[in-house]
Design a protein around this ligand. Structure first.
Ligand code: ADE
Ligand code: ZN
Length: 326
């Protein structure tokens, strides 16, 4: 068995995936044409050439512009369906998908069009591809907490279809504590909580996500490794980290995959998982992430099995469903 086949055949959950980040240039062009929207690129090659980032903000500017082609419920369904097809081919059997409602509602798209399109694709993915999924509604941290509260209010009719809230976008200067009240409100509504922390931000932001927000999961968490006491705490509490190797490379969180900390995280007893983050922008889906980091860091098959197990243990599936996957 080749490493590639082994990885694809390993049943896995994907826990850190922004659905807007799965918008491939080909679909971007198709939707631009379907919706009569001009995009500042001449060709698919031209788009891919623009995907050279030196930090998170560089990427976010291009990512939010790209999302402008998404207009109708059908667009969101097509976007998510394309992701599910690709994920199924990679051996993903469960996906917890983040979406950024404010990226769309702020340009006049109805919250209902976004979520109904995603829910339609989720139902089709389960029926036709056998993939289960859940939604994580992420707040944009460069916007205000009041704006996040408005989004939580708009989501009210669909709260039983949303598993969790998340926190993404520009990390530096927007610490988790800025969203303390809206995360408490989300928790009171029965939602799980996750937040990007320690991608570009310091270990103190990871502490804040744990202590002030009370998150159930940390997205990325790379910089936690700078703080030994924090590492010990994350290990002791069995906190899941949703690590994204190719994202880390493309956004210069690591200079080289050969320096990626994934195996150090596992060695420190952290419940690390492997995920794709924004696969259309970072050059690979989840199996590509497993393979790239395995080759760069010399992971053995036992490590890959552990990472796949962690993806179920760290998921928001109910305990009986987790047990069926282990
Ligand atoms: N939005 C989409 N991908 C993101 C990332 N890696 N970090 C922060 N916000 C994001
Ligand atoms: Zn992310």
């Amino acid at each position: 068995d080749t490493l590639e086949r082994f990885i694809r055949r390993l049943p896995k959950a994907e826990l850190h995936l922004h659905i807007e980040g799965s918008l491939e240039p080909e679909l971007m062009f198709a939707l631009a044409e379907r919706n009569g929207i001009a995009i500042p690129y001449a060709s698919v090659e031209d788009v891919r050439a623009a995907y050279a980032f030196s930090n998170l903000q560089d990427f976010l500017d291009i990512y939010y512009a790209g999302a402008g082609v998404l207009q109708t419920e059908a667009d969101f369904r097509d976007l998510a369906m394309a992701y599910f097809e690709r994920a199924a081919a990679d051996g993903v059997v469960h996906a917890e998908i983040m979406f950024d409602p404010q990226t769309h509602t702020d340009r006049g798209i109805a919250f209902g069009a976004v979520i109904e399109g995603l829910l339609a694709a989720m139902a089709e993915a389960e029926a036709r591809l056998g993939i289960t999924s859940a939604l994580i509604m992420s707040f944009l941290r460069h916007l205000s907490e009041d704006a996040a509260f408005e989004t939580l209010e708009q989501a009210e009719p669909w709260l039983d279809r949303i598993a969790a809230v998340g926190l993404d976008s520009s990390e530096l200067g927007h610490p988790p504590g800025k969203f303390a009240r809206v995360f408490a409100a989300a928790r009171a509504k029965g939602l799980k909580l996750t937040a990007h922390a320690g991608e570009e931000g310091p270990p103190a932001y990871v502490h804040e996500a744990l202590d002030v927000l009370g998150v159930d999961r940390i997205d990325h968490g790379n910089r936690a490794l700078e703080d030994g006491a924090l590492v010990a705490r994350l290990a002791r509490e069995g906190m899941t980290l949703t690590v994204c190797p190719l994202s880390n490379l493309k956004l210069c969180v690591v200079d080289d995959l050969a320096a990626h900390p994934l195996d150090r995280m596992l060695a420190a007893g952290l419940r690390a998982t492997v995920n794709s983050d924004d696969p259309a922008y970072f050059g690979g889906y989840v199996a590509d992430n497993y393979r790239a980091v395995a080759e760069a860091r010399g992971l053995v098959r036992g490590d890959l099995v552990q990472l796949a197990k962690n993806s179920f243990t760290g998921s928001f599936l109910p305990p009986d469903a987790v047990a069926r996957h282990l």
